[in-house]
Design a protein around this ligand. Structure first.
Ligand code: ZN
Length: 123
């Protein structure tokens, strides 16, 4: 991969990082207001439908926050690999990761073959 390509990767990853950071900020402030609303709602009635809705929403926000933080870590790790010259190389088998895969998933750690072997390992 040429240095020119790496510049493209950096801007792609940078844009992805920016949108992930704003997503995390938006989710965090949404979570704060849900937590406040939960605290405000009467805890006398365990069957309060609004309280249940808030609890469900809270769970969804927390799950989405977790995924976004993992994504941010993966993006930062990809920047680290760019700095160390190992970007685009599979961490399992050391083969180069196909450009189509890197286009679709710029922070990919593994080649498609290794990622397919272990489907739990999305990156
Ligand atoms: Zn591999």
């Amino acid at each position: 991969m040429s240095p020119r390509d790496h510049d493209g990767v950096r801007s792609t990853l940078g844009a992805e990082r920016d949108s992930t950071v704003s997503l995390i900020e938006a989710l965090s402030s949404r979570l704060r207001s849900v937590v406040e609303a939960t605290a405000d709602s009467s805890s006398d009635d365990e069957h309060d439908p609004e309280g249940t809705t808030l609890a469900v929403e809270r769970g969804q926000i927390v799950a989405q926050l977790d995924r976004s933080r993992v994504r941010l870590d993966e993006i930062d790790a990809a920047f680290g690999r760019l700095d160390h010259g190992t970007y685009g190389r599979c961490e399992s088998c050391g083969e180069s990761i196909g450009p189509e895969r890197l286009d679709a998933l710029p922070a990919a750690r593994h080649c498609i073959a290794c990622a397919t072997r272990n489907s739990a390992r999305r990156w």
